[in-house]
Design a binder for this molecule. Structure first.
Ligand SMILES: NC(=O)c1ccc[n+]([C@@H]2O[C@H](COP(=O)([O-])OP(=O)(O)OC[C@H]3O[C@@H](n4cnc5c(N)ncnc54)[C@H](OP(=O)(O)O)[C@@H]3O)[C@@H](O)[C@H]2O)c1
Length: 353
């Protein structure tokens, strides 16, 4: 069913990472950025950012707000979300009415559904959805609240799959979905016979595996949403010193000098806001580092999956999320998304709307 990894996987990842992912890599890459390339006028457009209260999500929200966008912050903690909302308004000088806070636990499918329902009911479009929420799980294998799946997989694979699909009726031609993955996925192939890691678990494996799944799901969603004119892509932020990296990886000392959170968020904003140099078709389905498409597998890592493994991932998301984007009444995925969203119970709340 496709490759897992060789013992060389982590070695080639670290060697590549030391050269390209830290501060040094960003400084070298930004010399080729085109000045003024990121769309600067986003007034009247709605952006949804998961995990917006901290790190890259906070910085991406700040950059979008400063360009005049409205930002819906999807956060799991009301307290941290409210504090971040006030900080964003202060930092950008924008009134708080440009921001809304939605309390959603991305590992809980009912919470994700409930948010999607409230969004669709509001009639607002989505210019871009940024699936940024993520974390390295604990030492012991943890399950999502409903017990259906391993926790990291629930947030980053299932949460990304479900929210992307349920919001489909709110996308317009030119909308974007940006999935924030990680170079950590280079260390690991898709485990199609063990998605939930029952047989072998470590926190870094669970993280890398769900990030690998997120990149494959991006490619799969890109194919499906292409006909709606919606562009889905994934990206790797490099190694940025965020709260998450400080707390969960002790600052990731092996990474050398790390990027700032704003530098880590640069390609998220570039993909989500739109560019003057970019061609939409060229971006769809691709995995980006520093505003350029990057390989999804490293040589000698032996991580490539086959078609059967990719199909199994899609099926696993359908099974866990109880949501099949293609099995809508009359073959209309839009109707399916709305129906699936409407079937949910309300377990998330909007702290400010
Ligand atoms: N920083 C890097 O070098 C780096 C490298 C590669 C990939 N990434 C990826 O970039 C993304 C952002 O990471 P970061 O470095 O900015 O870390 P961070 O500062 O820890 O931010 C992560 C955000 O995700 C939220 N989150 C986690 N679990 C959630 C859940 N179940 N439901 C809703 N929100 C949840 C966190 O909320 P709480 O505050 O409530 O925990 C926080 O807002 C992650 O997906 C991460 O894997 C980061």
């Amino acid at each position: 069913m496709g490759g897992y990894q060789s013992t060389l996987g982590p070695v080639v990842w670290l060697a590549y990472g030391r050269q390209a992912f830290g501060k040094h890599g960003f400084d070298a890459a930004c010399r080729r950025f085109i000045p003024g390339d990121v769309e600067s006028e986003l007034a009247g457009k709605h952006y949804i950012v998961t995990g917006a209260n901290s790190g890259l999500g906070f910085e991406a929200s700040k950059a979008l707000l400063s360009r005049g966008a409205s930002v819906a912050m999807v956060c799991r903690s009301e307290e941290r979300g409210k504090a971040a909302l006030a900080k964003l308004a202060e930092a950008t000088g924008k009134p708080e009415s440009f921001l809304s806070l939605h309390i959603v636990d991305m590992e809980d499918k009912d919470s994700v559904r409930s948010f999607a329902v409230s969004w669709l009911k509001s009639g607002r479009q989505v210019q871009a959805l940024i699936n940024n929420a993520g974390r390295i799980p604990g030492e012991e294998r943890e399950l999502a609240k409903d017990g259906s799946t391993e926790s990291a997989f629930a947030i980053m694979a299932n949460g990304t799959f479900l929210l992307t699909g349920l919001l489909r009726p709110a996308y317009v031609k030119g909308s974007r979905v940006v999935n924030v993955s990680s170079g950590g996925m280079y260390t690991c192939g898709l485990r199609a016979d063990n998605f939930q890691l029952q047989k072998h678990y470590t926190p870094l494996l669970a993280y890398a595996h769900s990030k690998r799944a997120q990149v494959i799901l991006s490619e799969q969603w890109a194919e499906r949403l292409r006909k709606d004119g919606v562009v889905v892509s994934s990206m790797h932020p490099g190694w940025a010193l965020t709260e998450g990296v400080r707390d969960q990886l002790d600052g990731f000392k092996a990474g050398g000098k790390l990027r700032s959170p704003a530098e880590g968020a640069d390609t998220i904003v570039w993909l989500a806001a739109g560019t003057s140099s970019g061609d939409l078709e060229a971006v769809a389905g691709k995995f980006f580092l520093d505003r350029e498409p990057a390989a999804t597998h490293l040589s000698m890592a032996f991580t490539k999956e086959d078609e059967a493994a990719r199909d199994a991932l899609w099926e696993e998301c359908i099974r866990v999320c109880e949501f099949d984007p293609d099995a809508a009444p009359g073959g209309s995925p839009k109707a399916g998304a709305a129906a699936a969203a409407g079937a949910s119970s309300a377990t998330s709340s909007d702290a400010r709307a």
